[in-house]
Design a protein around this ligand. Sequence first.
Ligand code: HEC
Ligand code: HEC
Length: 426
Amino acid sequence: MLFLLLASALVSPQTTTGEALFYKQWQLPIAGQVKLGPLYNGRSCAACHINNGRGRPPVDGRDDPSFVLRFSIAPQNEAQRMALALEEYASIAEPRYGRQLQDKGIDGAGEGRLLVEYRDKLVQLDDGEVVILQRPVYSLDNLKKGPLHKNVQISARLAQPLHGIGLLAAIRDEDILSAEDPRDEDKDGVSGRANMVRDVVNSKIVPGRFGWKATQPNLLQQVAVAFAQDIGISSSLYPQTAQVCTDDKSDCLATSSKPANAGKNEISDDELSLTTQYVSRFRADQNGAEIKFGAERVGEKLFSEIGCVSCHRKSYKITTKDREGDSRPQTIYPYSDFLLHDMGAGLADHRPEAQASGWEWRTQPLWGIGKIDKVNGNRFFLHDGRARTITEAILWHGGEARHARARFSALSKNQRAALVKFVRGL
Ligand code: HEC
Ligand code: HEC
C-alpha cells in the first residue's frame, strides 16, 4: 500500500519528471480525464522499450506489446497523391484501421490480433556451411472493423533500442547529407539517400533519422508520434489519436502543422518535452575506444574490407550541452550513416513511408548490439526481429548490401567468427 502511494506521488503534477512519464502506466479514463487510448498498443513507453532495449515479435503466442504492424494504402485519388507529394503525410492511412493496428482498447478489445509464424529458408555459405534463416508470415485474427482494404500495405516493426538516442539526435544534418550518393557515383554498388520528411513544428521538409525508415526528423516528434499511435495520447503536435481512424477518414493521424487544441490535448507541451529530455539522456554505453587486440582487430579490418562500413559508418563528431549548459564536443561511434538503402527483396516490406520506398531501410546503428543479452534478453535483429543471430542478420542483407553479404559468405569460418566478434564488441 505504501509502495502504491509512493508510486502515485511520483507522478503527481508537482513532481512529474521525464522518467516518471516514460515509466508511467497510463490508466483507463477516470473522472472525465481522457488519457490512455481508446485504442493503444502499450500502456507505457517502458512497456515496449524494456530497459531502453529492443522489443520482441509476438512469438510463442505471447502478447507482448513491443512490436507493431503499420498499415497504409497507395494513394486512391488526386488529393491523396498531392498530399503525399507535399509530404503532408508520410503515407495514406488504411481507411478503417488507420496507420497502425492497435491491438488493445480501453473497452477490453483492440482492433485485432497479430500472429506470426516462421518458414525456414536455407542459405549455404561458400564453404558449405548451411545457415537456417526464418522468414516471417503474419496473419491477423479477430479484425474488429471488418476486412482490411484489398490493397493494404503492411510493415512489421520491432521496438528499437533507445541507448544513446540523444547523441544520435545531436549529429548534424550536414554530416548525414554529405554521405548521400543517390546515383552511386563512386560505383561501389552502395547508394544511400536521406529520407526527407516533414518537421511538424517548423513546417519544413528535413532529413529524417528516427524509426526503421528514418521517418521522424527529431526526438520531440518521434516521442509525440509514440504517444499518439502507441499509447493513444494526443499532444499539440498530434492532436488526434487513433480513435478518429474509425470513420473512414483517410486523414486520420495526419501530421498537422498547426499546434491546435493546445489546451485540450491529453499531454501538455511540458510533459512532452520532459519525456523527450529524459529519453535523450540515455547513455550510449558503447565501447568508443579503438579496438586494440586479437580477433577484434582482425574483425574490424574485415568489417572495412568487405564493405560493411559503406553503410555502417563508424563515427561522428558532435557537440552536446551538459547540465550546466556548457558545450561538450565529443566523438561517438554509432556505426550507421542514417541513410536509406535498398536492402533487396528479402527484407522489402513494399510499404513506402515519406520518401523511403518499400525496399529501403535506414542503416540500423550497431553500437551496443553485443550487450543485447544484458539489456532485456530480447535477441531479435532487423526491423521485424526475424534474425536470431548477427550472422542471420547479415545473411538477410541484399540489394545494395549484396556484395558485402557475398564477401561475408566467402570468408573462412574463422574470419566470419572474427567479424561477428567485432560486431558484438561494438
Ligand atoms: C507499442 C510499443 C511501443 C510503445 C508503447 C512506444 N514505442 Fe517507441 N518505438 C516502437 C517501435 C515499433 C519503434 C520503431 C518505429 C518505426 O520504425 O517507425 C519505436 C521507435 C522509437 C524511437 C526511435 C528510435 C530510433 O532508433 O530511431 C524512440 C526515440 C522511441 N520509440 C521512444 C518512445 C517513447 C518516448 C515512448 C513513450 C511515449 C515510446 N517510444 C512508446 C514501439 C513502441
Ligand atoms: C547497403 C548498406 C549496408 C551494408 C553494406 C551493410 N549493412 Fe547492415 N544494415 C543495413 C540496414 C539498412 C539495416 C537494417 C535492415 C532492416 O532492419 O531490415 C542493417 C542491419 C544490420 C544488422 C542488424 C542490426 C539490428 O540492430 O537489428 C547487423 C548486425 C548488420 N546490419 C551488420 C552488417 C555487417 C556485419 C555488414 C557487412 C557484412 C553490413 N551490415 C553491411 C545496411 C547495410
